[in-house]
Ligand binder design. Structure first.
Ligand SMILES: [Cu+2]
Length: 176
């Protein structure tokens, strides 16, 4: 009896502690550092890169993507074929994003593929990209065209990503 009551008290305390945590780092699905690379002309291809952070208690999955700047927009990844040649593959099942985890769509890895641009894209142009999550639903973000961005550049404020120690955010730029 005593144990049950103690347990209930602990559970209640834990439940009430959640809002405080959420204030420090808002709960929800976060998408940031969204940028695109493209050859620019109508009919050409491009790719969108970004960082996703599933700051919820629910496992989720990026299952689709739309953007009105291309005829086809797909979730892609790079994989090495039997001959050691890197190939791009359409990932129909999408990208899993477990509760609390981050996942980067980055050059040379997972990315959003734009095929058959319907408008010219130049550096500095922006366009909306809608990410479709199994649980979080649709999230629309603004992608900026940045063909000069080097891998890792622009991520300086987020080099702590990849682990859950938010204090790492304060230590970025030290070689991460
Ligand atoms: Cu691709």
């Amino acid at each position: 009896m005593t144990f049950r009551m103690t347990f209930a008290a602990l559970a209640a305390a834990f439940a009430f502690s959640l809002p405080a945590t959420a204030q420090e780092h808002p709960e929800g699905m976060h998408v940031h550092d969204v940028y695109a690379r493209s050859m620019g002309q109508v009919g050409a291809s491009g790719a969108v890169f970004l960082m996703m952070h599933n700051n919820t208690a629910t496992d989720d999955r990026l299952i689709g993507v739309t953007a009105d700047v291309a005829e086809r927009v797909e979730l892609h990844t790079h994989r090495e074929d039997a001959n050691g040649v890197m190939q791009m593959i359409h990932v129909e099942e999408g990208f899993p994003l477990a509760a609390g985890e981050m996942h980067e769509l980055a050059r040379g890895g997972d990315h959003v593929m734009l095929m058959g641009l319907t408008r010219e894209l130049a550096d500095g142009d922006t366009f909306p990209v809608t990410l479709i999550f199994e649980q979080a639903g649709e999230i629309t973000v603004e992608a900026v065209v940045d063909n000069d961005r080097k891998p890792g550049e622009g991520m300086m404020d987020h080099s702590g990503h990849g682990d859950m120690d938010h204090s790492q955010h304060m230590n970025h730029g030290s070689g991460g």
